[in-house]
Design a protein around this ligand. Structure first.
Ligand code: KDG
Length: 310
């Protein structure tokens, strides 16, 4: 029973102090990417997880693959590209708000293309997790997402998709929406935050957003509404507890992983959302995007209390 995901992982320059970039400012080197954050979250919960990408044949590419492997993520199908470098991004935190700047155009991962996910990588897979980020990297990466979704669907593998709208990757939100629209018939669960859903699908409230998504062909829909919780197919499942928030980036990936964990345990959608909240809550306490993700033994009691089998 495995989970497969694919997408870009980049070097992350994480500022040691708040404020704008300045000469001499110091940064901690990390790495992150929505899909590898998701893969790490599931690996820490004891789920066999495969991550496919392209990284540069450079020290950062090695660091990413070796670190993910140490986390227990299967990276055997990741390609080391000799002609393009690993992408990067930098965070800036001001007044509790985190902004990111990307250095990823032409990166190794933007060369992802059909052929990068062989059939054997889909063998034994129960869930394929895709994101809107990969559809925005390049035409060839978008084609790969479509190719994998179609092949997974044909094999009866469940598909989850996080909108993960990154404005910097798209000329207009309509371009992103069109890319999602063509995938919706293949997707079992579409995850999004209310703010990005408003931009992509129009409407102010959850009901309107959901109506637009349904008329575009969506089936299962989960809309996150920040600290309040998440709506699953129109019903609010509240966040179980308030936590201190240091940096919200990465919480959505933990959420997706928790939800998929619930799916793998045959839980009902509201229970999947409870699992999602439990995993997401742990990622809010650190400035990295995945480092504070919990191990199974740390959340076992919380999951059991929410009736999620471990
Ligand atoms: O979901 C967290 C991601 O935003 C981060 O880890 C980097 O994948 C990333 C992106 O494209 O922003």
């Amino acid at each position: 029973m495995s989970v497969l995901t694919l997408g870009e992982t980049m070097a992350l320059f994480d500022p040691d102090a708040d404020g704008p970039p300045a000469l001499g400012k110091t940064y901690t080197l990390r790495f992150a990417g929505a899909e590898s954050n998701f893969a790490t979250a599931l690996a820490r919960l004891g789920i066999s997880t495969r991550w496919i990408s392209r990284v540069g044949r450079d020290p950062v590419g090695n660091l990413i693959c070796e670190s993910l492997e140490r986390e227990g993520v299967d990276v055997r199908w990741a390609t080391r590209d000799a002609l393009a470098t690993t992408g990067a991004y930098m965070k800036t935190r001001i007044n509790g708000l985190t902004r990111v700047q990307y250095f990823r155009r032409g990166s190794a991962a933007s060369q992802l293309a059909p052929g990068d996910v062989p059939d054997e990588a889909l063998e034994g897979v129960r869930v394929v997790h895709l994101t809107g980020i990969t559809t925005g990297l390049s035409d060839s990466a978008r084609a790969l997402v479509h190719d994998v979704a179609a092949r997974a669907h044909a094999r009866g593998i469940r598909i989850t998709f996080d909108a993960n709208y990154r404005a910097a990757l798209w000329a207009t939100p309509e371009d992103a929406r069109r890319a999602h629209e063509s995938l919706l018939p293949l997707v079992d669960w579409y995850f999004c935050g209310l703010d990005e859903a408003r931009v992509l699908w129009g409407g102010e409230d959850v009901a309107t957003v959901e109506r637009s998504l349904r008329s575009a062909g969506a089936r299962g829909v989960v809309v996150r509404v920040g600290a309040r919780g998440a709506y699953v197919d129109g019903t609010l499942v509240e966040t179980p507890r308030i936590v201190d928030v240091t940096d919200e980036v990465g919480a959505g990936d933990g959420f997706d992983a928790g939800f998929v964990y619930g799916l793998l345990r045959d839980c009902d959608p509201p229970e999947c959302v409870h699992a999602a909240h439990i995993i997401a809550a742990q990622t809010l306490s650190g400035t990295g995007d995945w480092e504070t993700l919990p191990y199974l033994h740390e959340v076992r009691d919380l999951l059991a209390a929410a009736l999620i089998p471990c």
